[in-house]
Design a protein around this ligand. Structure first.
Ligand code: FES
Length: 346
């Protein structure tokens, strides 16, 4: 790309594997309050999908082919996409530190991606007199945001925080305690075997963003009962409550969510959910209780905190076919203009 500064050039050489390795190195140093949130954010904004769209001959056509709906472009949400991370409250300082890092990048070019993230996080933590573990996740997110948006757009964003003062003042310990809480089932509730109800939180920065469901119901089922707001006005994909849904049978991929807290209280991923979530491209794991779930399939047996991505699509098969093409013919351009030859969409 023309006029890239040297930091952008450094980042543009980082692929999904390089980022996975960096995150694996950083993960143990990220505070518990943001460990799941950081992994969820990286699942919500996959580098390989952004690269496929950036290299496509016809980006709009590819987006249609992959059934992308909602706002999948980080450029529109540079300051906002990470509001569910605790580290979001330090965004103005992290953003500024990264802009300074990009300006003086010459001296850092031989340092690994993970070490650069740690260095910037440490600098901000020292300035703010905070524990550096609280800054590492949001700094990694900022690096990836810059990679996907470019330095000019990153710098042009205002650098504002998108949570109110009350929530910004919550401590990490309080947030972790809230996530661990389960609903009281009332006096003698321990004797209850039916009619247990649990609270699902779908935005930790909004005290009213909660709904109830019955024991064993899937996350999408409970959401449909919530008519507290005009959800469609907030997001046209939300035609049945706060969780976007279409098929309710693990066929469309509309209802994916990240699980910030309580993943262990959801039923294990069944064979169909596991197969389809990989085909959609959201996550590729054999873990029984992963951090990304299909809300229409994940049955709750306790209180859970989720975060809803602003978009959905079906891109897993397409990205795998691109990767296979690249492995067979290294250096070949991704086949962004020849999507009809792939089996991206059933
Ligand atoms: S609503 Fe279609 S996959 Fe869940």
């Amino acid at each position: 790309m023309q006029n890239e500064n040297s930091f952008e050039q450094f980042l543009s050489q980082k692929d999904e594997e390089a980022w996975s390795a960096a995150l694996a190195t950083l993960l143990r140093s990220i505070h518990e309050v943001d460990r799941n949130a950081t992994q969820i954010w990286f699942a919500f904004y996959p580098l390989s999908l952004w690269q496929a769209l950036a290299h496509a001959e016809d980006r709009e056509r590819l987006a249609q082919q992959l059934l992308l709906q909602g706002d999948y472009d980080l450029k529109h949400q540079i300051d906002r996409s990470h509001a569910f991370l605790y580290g979001h409250r330090f965004w103005p300082q992290v953003k500024k530190a990264i802009e300074q890092h990009a300006d003086s990048f010459g001296q850092s070019s031989s340092i690994s991606l993970a070490d650069q993230i740690l260095t910037v996080a440490r600098r901000v933590a020292n300035d703010l007199k905070k524990d550096e573990s609280l800054l590492i996740g949001i700094t990694a997110v900022a690096f990836m945001t810059l990679q996907q948006t470019g330095l000019a757009a990153f710098t042009a964003a205002p650098g504002t925080i998108h949570i109110d003062r009350k929530h910004a003042n919550k401590s990490p310990e309080k947030i972790l305690r809230d996530r661990a809480k389960d609903d009281s089932q009332g006096l003698l509730g321990f004797l209850r075997t039916v009619n247990k109800q649990f609270t699902i939180t779908h935005d930790e920065n909004d005290d009213k963003a909660k709904y109830k469901l019955n024991d064993g119901q899937d996350l999408a089922w409970g959401a449909a009962e919530d008519r507290s707001r005009d959800w469609v006005a907030i997001d046209p994909r939300r035609s049945e409550g706060p969780i976007p849904v279409e098929c309710r049978s693990a066929s469309c991929g509309t209802c994916w969510v990240g699980v910030l807290g309580g993943a262990e209280k959801l039923a294990d991923v069944a064979a169909r959910e596991g197969k389809k979530i990989k085909e959609f491209g959201y996550i590729d794991t054999a873990e029984p209780k992963p951090l990304i779930r299909l809300a229409c399939q994940a049955q709750a047996g306790g209180a859970v905190s989720v975060v809803i991505p602003p978009w959905n699509g079906q891109f897993g098969k397409y990205l795998r076919s691109l990767k296979n093409t690249e492995e067979r013919a290294p250096g070949a351009q991704p086949a962004g203009g020849r999507i009809e030859q792939t089996d991206a969409v059933n």
